[in-house]
Design a protein around this ligand. Structure first.
Ligand code: GLN
Length: 446
């Protein structure tokens, strides 16, 4: 009840949520009380959560912040939602995002722009900006987001909260509306590193409904929450401090690295040369996969359908013209172009080759170090409207995050200080399935 009060108080200013599930939440809270009374409670019983609106919730609208799915109510839960409900977590609502998770500011939402709680004239980042802002504004204890090319870590950084993208395949994608299937991964937003470990414990695990989810032993991530990082080798890549980084961000991150060194870690200079090409490779691969994934919105199966049309082809065209926003159309066109015969080799295939080179670079770097640290975002939160009409400037917000998705690695963003009064995020990247070591470093720093 107190979180619902808080939502009512701050939502008119923050606009983090698309749907508030008040009745459902109160019913689930009652059930959680019963569980606790019977002594059947687990770590997340009764804990309030907000879910990004591209993750399916049975009986609750899942819009992807698109007119295409404005009234879509899924008949099933995503596996992550099922896992949270089993533990007795209380869903308070669904959060705003850039349409179909394409963007870095939530300005591409068809419904509203979320404001950064630190400064209401600035963006919260994106695409999971609603989830990040909701946690920063205390609208829930934790939230879920999705990260295809930084969409958990970058908004976490801009809103001063913890956000983690797990290793590709660790968390089931069943029920996550597909953007770029080889990159998408669900992960938590929390206030601190301990909560991140607790939520991760619940959401991971093999799922027969997602053929890319992996069978691994489930560790207890809270066992990694130790202060000791003595002798741990921390890699710092010069490529993560290149052109375009704000001086204040650079200084804050460098001071944080000094803190890690003072805690006993060994700082090692490394290089990831091909990371220079991560951004163009990402925008080709992600758009190519998106153009294919979004073909399903044809007006027939579900979602928006045009009222007036002449024939079948016209129905597709009118439906898709009306249903999709500008950025989504841009990605579909880019992706279709990159995949079309004659251009496939020059763009899509080339991007896949670059993907392999970047993966190899990380593998080589991880021979010398245990984790890699750097800034999450080159800048602090920018002003609403500042980049809205300049897609390339918007894409640059992802310069330090996309390579992690390209290589399928786990990464976290934790708050590490302020620049001009706005939060700066420290990104910690690990080897595949080294979430534990990442959490160890994050906890020691915190
Ligand atoms: N900014 C990236 C994009 O627009 C982020 C996508 C994501 O991680 N969902 O593609």
């Amino acid at each position: 009840k107190s979180y619902l009060e808080r939502i009512k108080e701050v939502e008119p200013k923050i606009d983090a949520l698309i749907t508030i599930t008040e009745d459902f939440a109160l019913q689930k809270a009652k059930e959680a009380d019963e569980k606790i009374k019977k002594g059947e409670d687990t770590a997340l019983t009764g804990i309030p959560v907000i879910i990004k609106d591209n993750i399916s919730t049975e009986g609750i609208k899942t819009t992807c912040s698109s007119k295409m799915l404005e009234n879509y109510i899924p008949p099933y839960n995503a596996t992550v939602v099922e896992k949270l409900l089993e533990e007795g977590a209380v869903i308070l609502g669904k959060s705003n995002l850039d349409e179909f998770a394409m963007g870095s500011s939530t300005e591409n939402s068809a419904f509203k722009t979320t404001k950064n709680p630190w400064d209401l004239s600035r963006v919260p980042g994106g695409s999971s900006g609603g989830s990040a802002a909701a946690i920063a504004a205390d609208e829930a204890a934790f939230a879920l987001g999705s990260d295809t090319g930084g969409s958990i870590r970058q908004p976490a950084s801009l809103c001063g909260v913890v956000g983690m993208k797990p290793t590709y395949g660790l968390v089931s994608r069943f029920g996550l509306v597909a953007f770029a299937s080889s990159l998408d991964q669900i992960g938590p937003f929390t206030k601190d590193v301990t909560d991140c470990a607790i939520v991760l414990n619940t959401i991971i695990g093999h799922d027969p409904k997602d053929s890319t989810s992996l069978k691994i032993d489930k560790p207890d991530y809270t066992s990694y929450l130790k202060e000791d990082i003595k002798g741990l080798r921390i890699g710092v890549a010069k490529e993560f401090f290149g052109e375009g980084i704000e001086e204040g961000v650079k200084e804050t991150v460098q001071e944080s690295i000094k803190v890690l060194q003072d805690l006993g870690a060994e700082i090692i200079d490394i290089s990831i040369p091909y990371v220079e090409y991560a951004l163009p490779a990402y925008y080709i691969i992600a758009s190519a996969e998106a153009s294919s994934n979004l073909a399903r919105y044809d007006g027939i199966r579900y979602g928006h359908i045009a009222e007036k049309y002449e024939d079948l082809i016209d129905m597709y065209m009118v439906t898709r013209s009306e249903g999709f926003g500008k950025e989504v159309k841009r990605r579909i066109m880019l992706g279709t172009y990159a995949l079309s015969s004659g251009y496939y080799d020059a763009y899509y295939k080339k991007a896949l080759k670059v993907r392999t080179l970047i993966k190899n670079d990380f593998e080589k770097a991880f021979e010398k170090c245990d984790v890699i640290v750097g800034p999450t975002s080159p800048t602090v939160a920018f002003k609403i409207g500042e980049r809205a009409n300049d897609p390339l400037a918007m894409y640059l917000a992802d310069i330090y995050t996309v390579s992690v998705n390209i290589a399928g690695l786990p990464g976290i963003s934790i708050p590490c200080g302020l620049s001009d009064g706005l939060p700066v995020g420290l990104q910690i990247i690990g080897r595949h399935f080294d979430e534990g070591i990442i959490l160890n470093v994050a906890y020691a720093f915190e």
